[in-house]
Ligand binder design. Structure first.
Ligand code: OSB
Ligand code: MG
Length: 369
């Protein structure tokens, strides 16, 4: 296949409720969509980057520039035998994986459509349903937090993840555990702590958590390796893992016992699949993380989560938790068992609502031969 045209657009999509992590609060998403064209067919990707360089170094504006000026031109007009060649074509770009991953994911969708198969099949997915959890943003009060937990437990989600930060950690989790002693619960600090906080982090061991996600610096492996043996609870790395090499290093240093895989953070399906394969061989559980994706990114996450290494519930939840109306139809829905059946249609298996996308678009750019 040869990519003859790439359309970029930015859409703005308000969240149904603000989402707060230790690094800030998001009210409205600014999302870049990538549509790649080849021989009369097309594929869709979504750039899973934040609006600010607060989760990692990338942000919407940096990705727009990197895709438009570098990643897009590097794949345009190239004869591709497989989407797995895309990381090679863009390897000259250092970092900026979310930008590169958006293009790579679009080409995977295109290839699945070209072959007339669902994307999960092209990727080698084996699971018929994927297991879903939710990620709950910070709230000012424990009462508000409890209410959100109650709602999502009732909806059937298999795991509840709570965002924490200094001052909203041990006592809040204690309060939630008092009401919900038996649910599968985890916490995510988004790098809000340092090794000076070991005593505080040890207190979390009391609460039978499935994992503590990314307690220390976003770019650290070594300090996590010092922390893990001091905790009973498994550490899960998110921000620190950008590649298979990072996963290998983290595991060989025992810096974590679980890995969160995010498509954008690791530059797309090719690398995500390598990480899950490596972990699966070693019985290290992985799960699919989320970046407040709209429907296209959400759909890519669903397909990735059918791979055999994805053994823990992911942050892949229903569209309606974030959007009054998604950009795909039907919206992503989750069963009362906390599962999503794998899509049956070709490519992403959802219809992209181009009318809605048009109405949300704030800028467009066409890259062509
Ligand atoms: O660390 O997993 C994270 C959202 C934005 C940035 C980082 C993270 C998150 C989430 C949300 O936890 C997960 C979701 O999309 O539901
Ligand atoms: Mg995280």
């Amino acid at each position: 296949m040869k990519i003859d045209r790439i359309e970029l657009r930015e859409i703005r999509l308000p969240l149904v409720a603000p989402f707060e992590t230790s690094f800030g609060r998001t009210f409205e998403r600014h999302i870049i969509l990538v549509k790649v064209f080849s021989e009369g067919l097309h594929g869709w990707g979504e750039c899973t980057v934040g609006e600010n360089p607060f989760y990692n170094h990338e942000f919407t504006e940096s990705c727009w520039t990197v895709i438009r000026d570098f990643a897009g031109p590097m794949v345009l007009g190239r004869e591709l035998e497989s989407p797995e060649q895309v990381p090679q074509l863009t390897r000259q770009i250092r970092g900026n994986k979310m930008a590169r991953g958006a293009v790579e994911c679009a080409i995977w969708d295109l290839e699945a459509r070209r072959q007339g198969v669902p994307l999960w099949q092209l990727l080698g997915g084996t699971q018929e349903v994927i297991n879903c959890g939710v990620s709950l943003g910070l709230e000012d009060s424990d009462a508000a937090m409890l209410q959100k937990v109650e709602k999502e437990v009732a909806a059937g989600y298999q795991r509840i993840k709570i965002k924490i930060k200094p001052g909203r950690d041990v006592e809040m989790i204690r309060a939630l555990r008092r009401e919900y002693p038996n649910i599968v619960m985890s916490v995510d600090a988004n790098s809000a702590y340092t090794l000076d906080d070991v005593e505080l982090l040890k207190k979390l061991d009391e609460f039978n958590l499935l994992m503590i996600e990314q307690p220390l610096s976003y770019d650290d492996i070594i300090d996590h390796a010092a922390l893990q043996p001091q905790l009973k609870t498994a550490i899960c790395l998110d921000e620190s893992i950008l590649s298979l090499d990072d996963a290998r290093k983290a595991l060989s240093l025992s810096a974590c016992r679980i890995i969160n895989v995010k498509l954008g953070r690791v530059s797309g399906h090719t690398e995500a699949r390598k990480i899950q394969g490596y972990c699966h061989e070693r019985a290290i559980p992985v799960w699919c993380g989320g970046m407040l994706e709209a429907g296209i990114g959400r759909a890519h996450n669903i397909h990735m989560s059918t791979l055999p290494g994805f053994v823990l519930p992911g942050d892949v939840s229903a569209s309606k938790r974030y959007w009054s109306e998604d950009i795909i139809t039907p919206p992503v829905e989750v069963t009362s068992q906390g599962t999503i059946p794998r899509p049956t249609g070709v490519g992403l298996g959802y219809e992209v609502n181009e009318k809605r996308i048009d109405s949300l678009t704030t800028r467009t750019e066409v890259i062509k031969l």
